[in-house]
Design a protein around this ligand. Structure first.
Ligand code: ZN
Length: 367
């Protein structure tokens, strides 16, 4: 049984509600990223004010610090970080495979060295699912094998074979309690392998599916094409999650391809570096032209930062390296994407999706 209700569709685009242990998630949804049990610079109160119903955290980072024993002793991840809405944890596969020289992969699992202190750790499909369940998260992700593109056909084939093997083992280890478990479709830019990966994972009848292995070096056109191709292989009655995607253009393209959930560090990372996101462009608040600019960050935004502060003030904060600058701009950037998703949901439900999509894409920044 999947607690996912579809309310409306427009072509492949979908408007739905996912019911999880810590409340509903209205989809399409963008999940703010809190890698180390914090969305950098923002409090849980900020996230609530932004309307976030689910955030993402990361198994790899939490495994290393503070570690399972501490998190369990302190009552799980929600209580630890004082966040009472939903949490999805990434499986850590992506981070471990990014370590390259510091990992050793075999059929049973992957051994790696911590980037913090060089200590040795081992992920298996079973212990990664058990870890996420012990933390009490609402959605756990299966340990998968993500290949950086471009890659050889045999390398991608091997990643699909192991991703399925590991998904079968992860599913067997899953307690089927309050934590929903999602599988991750791999297959690079190979339609045949994407089909095989999706078919083998869908056979496990999991509560939801992610499209992995994209946004890892391919062109924007390839990413869009394979997002649409892969989404169409997944069951209509289950949520679909496109991992690591979050620019205005990519979100709208992903929704149009039939994706329900997204995450990306882009809005918070941009915010920390002085980059303001709007639906029609990006700019660096440190620019000389903003020093006396009395307008809000985005005159079309209704967030608390835009209602309160001027560009001139934010420019001053960044030029003075004040801690409030990154915090305020991260807040606005998340609000910009939250508003985009809310408008997308309304457009799908209201029968105006095509016009909305075309309007956003006509003026969205190139990236
Ligand atoms: Zn704003």
């Amino acid at each position: 049984m999947t607690p996912f209700a579809l309310h409306a569709t427009a072509g492949a685009a979908r408007r739905g509600t996912l019911q999880l242990a810590h409340g509903p998630v209205e989809t399409p949804a963008f999940m703010p990223v809190g890698t180390a049990a914090t969305v950098k610079g923002l409090t849980p109160g900020d996230l609530r004010a932004l309307g976030a119903q689910i955030i993402l955290s990361n198994t790899y980072h939490l495994w290393l610090r503070p570690g399972r024993e501490t998190l369990v002793a302190l009552g799980g991840l929600h209580r630890f970080m004082a966040w009472d809405r939903n949490i999805l944890t990434d499986s850590g596969g992506f981070q471990v495979f990014s370590l390259e020289s510091r990992r050793k992969l075999d059929d049973d699992g992957v051994t790696f060295q911590s980037h913090l202190d060089g200590s040795t750790h081992r992920f298996t499909p079973e212990n990664v699912v058990e870890f996420q369940e012990a933390l009490g998260v609402d959605i756990a992700m299966m340990l998968d094998i993500c290949v950086k593109l471009p890659a050889s056909a045999s390398e991608i084939e091997a990643s699909v074979r192991r991703t399925t093997l590991w998904a079968q083992r992860g599913t067997a280890a899953w307690g089927r309690g309050a934590t929903a478990l999602f599988g991750i479709v791999q297959g690079g830019l190979d339609e045949r392998l994407r089909e095989r990966s999706a078919r083998e994972l869908v056979a496990l009848d999991l509560p939801g599916y992610a499209i992995g292995g994209l946004s890892v070096g391919e062109s924007r056109e390839e990413m869009g094409r394979f997002t649409r191709f892969t989404a169409a292989l997944l069951p209509a009655e289950k949520p679909r999650y496109l991992m690591g995607v979050g620019t205005v253009r990519d979100l709208v393209t992903g929704i149009d391809a039939g994706v329900d959930m997204f995450d990306c560090v882009y809005p918070t990372r941009s915010g920390r570096h002085g980059r303001a996101i709007t639906r029609t462009g990006e700019y660096n608040i440190r620019g000389a032209s903003y020093v006396r600019d009395e307008r809000p960050v985005d005159p079309d935004c209704s967030c608390a930062v835009c209602a309160t502060y001027t560009r001139a003030y934010l420019a001053h904060l960044f030029r003075s390296e004040e801690i409030l600058g990154p915090r305020l701009l991260s807040y606005h950037n998340l609000a910009a994407l939250a508003a985009l998703m809310a408008d997308a949901r309304a457009a799908i439900a209201g029968g105006t999706w095509d016009a909305f999509r075309d309007g956003v894409l006509a003026t969205a920044p190139a990236r």
